[in-house]
Design a binder for this molecule. Structure first.
Ligand SMILES: [Mg+2]
Length: 272
């Protein structure tokens, strides 16, 4: 019996599982199409807030995998929601990619930059290539004055062809060091993103009138990073499947804490 047969649905990480940078992981598109054909529920969960869900859905479509934007939950969406609630119609400083800024602005928060941001009601942190001292200083001033503090993740790195990139955790460490404060994390392994994804997955089963009671669905989290995917999936009460196509080596997998329920080389092995 293939590993996939044990489950009704999957929460699937993207970076390091479906693709690495611009390059698809070999066999991942075929595996996703097969899971769909078998009627498995799928929701994609990513700590990468660099693009809106529709853009990730479009990229999956380019790989030949039909996906609706509702099937993608990003830490950016969750961070925007948390920051929007905290700012409550006020203002926010967003250290992050343009897509994240748009999501936070869509909550009704006014985005501030530079010295004006010293008075922001909420600070949202995510790794991006334009991170600089001025952003760090503005975040410090706002946080020292009591702003709410949200970050998309603590992932130290991002898988990338040719070598990992510094991730949100690296940028967040600078902000936390400068302020002595600790951010609320929107993405994996914290519960917020998992709750949104599991709700979306159960909802899709209801919409498609599948026979099983949504509460009894057997779900698994599939990801390449132990500290976010496996720890978070485990805490959310899901079975966990670690793939070795991303940031975790087989050696590291053997001593992983928490230990994943299953370890496979890549997504294609779910169906082998
Ligand atoms: Mg990953």
């Amino acid at each position: 019996m293939a590993l996939a047969d044990r489950f009704d649905g999957f929460l699937l990480d993207l970076d390091g599982v479906v693709w690495i940078g611009r390059e698809p992981v070999p066999g991942s598109a075929e595996a996703l199409r097969a899971l769909r054909e078998e009627g498995k529920g799928i929701v994609f969960v990513t700590n990468n807030p660099g693009k809106p869900p529709a853009a990730y859905a479009e990229r999956l479509r380019e790989l030949g995998v039909e996906v609706a934007p509702e099937q993608v939950v990003t830490a950016g969406m969750v961070a925007a929601r948390l920051a929007g609630d905290a700012a409550d119609g006020g203002s926010a400083l967003v250290i992050g990619a343009p897509a994240l800024k748009e999501m936070v602005a869509a909550t009704g928060a006014t985005l501030l930059e530079g010295e004006a941001a010293w008075e922001a009601d909420a600070v949202v942190v995510s790794g991006h290539r334009g991170f600089d001292y001025e952003e760090l200083l503005a975040a410090k001033r706002a946080l020292d004055a009591g702003a709410a503090f949200v970050a998309t993740s603590r992932d130290p790195t991002m898988p990338y062809p040719g070598g990992e990139l510094p991730g949100t955790g690296s940028v967040l460490a600078a902000v936390e060091t400068a302020t002595g404060r600790r951010a609320e994390i929107a993405g994996k392994p914290e519960r917020h993103l998992f709750e949104m994804a599991i709700e979306s997955l159960r909802g899709s089963f209801v919409r498609h009138e599948r026979t099983k009671e949504p509460r009894n669905l057997k779900l698994a989290m599939v990801g390449d990073r132990v500290s976010s995917d496996i720890a978070g999936g485990h805490a959310a009460g899901l079975e966990t499947i670690l793939v070795l196509s991303g940031t975790t080596s087989r050696e590291d997998a053997e001593t992983a804490d928490p230990a994943p329920d299953h370890v496979v080389d890549s997504l294609g092995d779910l169906l082998a």
